[in-house]
Write a protein that binds this ligand. Structure first.
Ligand code: UDP
Length: 311
């Protein structure tokens, strides 16, 4: 198949592109390089089944080729990045989503939208299943991401209902692994890089807030399975194993054998207290569940960052 991926230089985009190309598909990768890294697609640039187009999805787009799928992953995604680029984040998920939906209609392509566990906000239901509508502050600092993704979902469903476009929505929970940007500001990249450099580990708040961490290969497997079913409502993709941020800090210290200390910093505004996916829908509809546990995933991620820091 001929597959368009927006955000191809990002952590998820580049991993997905590599996997699809390994399965003999052709990928047209779009990115405006706002938060993506050229390093992530270095190994693809000489591959005849990969084409890179430097493009900003907030502008209408047309392509000459026939297209089977459009996968919209472009967006700043870590809290420090979407807070630095609030307007870009809103526009990429609103105007950007619309431009790519229009392209899908024109090309008769199927469309997959990457949404997020952030649509659940600071959840009052635990764990979060897809039928929970969320608890989002519409004007808080995180709203530029949360509300943009919620609007993106609404737009995708509208194109599905009005035009019968074949669409998918995945709600991606915290994901980590090789391909992450060391300066991305997410908890796992921060902790691993700090531990490897012997710098203090920065725990925000008292570290008792929880997250559930999914290894990138599990997510990619889930996305491939979502492409195989005709199911239009959102599907959570995440690993339900839940950890406090402090537990994560200690695990990283143990696995890196680092002598870094733990320091506590203020909790960012509206930082969700807990987050854990209910993945019953993914299990039932896709026959999917994550396979890589935190320890194994962290070991692979530590090796990736070690290599990157030694470059
Ligand atoms: N966090 C932390 N130290 C860091 C970065 C993040 O304690 O250096 C915390 C953050 O406050 C949040 C959790 O780790 O509670 C996950 O943050 P991340 O930015 O990875 O993603 P989020 O799930 O908040 O979107």
């Amino acid at each position: 198949m001929n597959i368009v991926i927006s955000g191809v230089c990002g952590f998820i985009g580049s991993n997905l592109a590599k996997r699809l190309i390994a399965e003999n598909h052709t990928v047209i990768g779009l990115d405006n390089m706002l938060t993506g890294s050229e390093r992530n697609i270095e190994s693809l640039m000489t591959n005849p089944n990969f084409v890179f187009v430097k493009n900003d999805v907030i502008k209408p787009i047309d392509l000459d080729d026939d297209i089977d799928w459009i996968i919209h992953l472009a967006s700043p995604a870590s809290p420090p990045k979407y807070l630095t680029y609030p307007i870009e984040t809103l526009r990429t998920n609103s105007e950007g989503t619309r431009n790519l939906l229009e392209l899908a209609l024109k090309k008769n392509a199927r469309f997959l939208y990457s949404s997020t566990s952030e649509v659940y906000g600071n959840p009052q239901v635990h764990p979060q299943s897809e039928d929970y509508w969320g608890n989002v502050n519409p004007i808080g600092p995180r709203s530029v991401y949360d509300e943009a993704k919620r609007y993106g979902e609404a737009l995708v469903m509208a194109y599905n209902r009005k035009f019968n476009l074949s669409t998918r929505i995945v709600r991606i929970f915290n994901t980590y692994g090789p391909g992450m940007d060391p300066d991305d500001g997410r908890v796992i990249s921060n902790f691993v890089v700090q531990a490897l450099k012997g710098e203090p580990i920065t725990v925000y708040g008292n570290g008792m807030q929880t997250r559930s961490f999914q290894y990138i290969d599990d997510l990619i497997e889930g996305i491939l399975k979502v492409m195989e079913v005709e199911f239009y409502e959102p599907i959570n993709l995440g690993n339900p194993e839940e950890y406090t941020v402090l537990e994560l800090a200690n695990k990283v210290l143990q696995l890196t054998k680092s002598k870094s200390t733990i320091i506590f910093k203020p909790l960012p505004e509206n930082d969700p207290e807990r987050r854990k996916p209910n993945i019953d829908r993914a299990k039932k509809i896709l026959g999917w569940e994550p396979r890589v546990d935190l320890e194994e995933g962290l070991k692979r991620t530590i090796n990736y960052f070690k290599e990157l820091l030694n470059r």
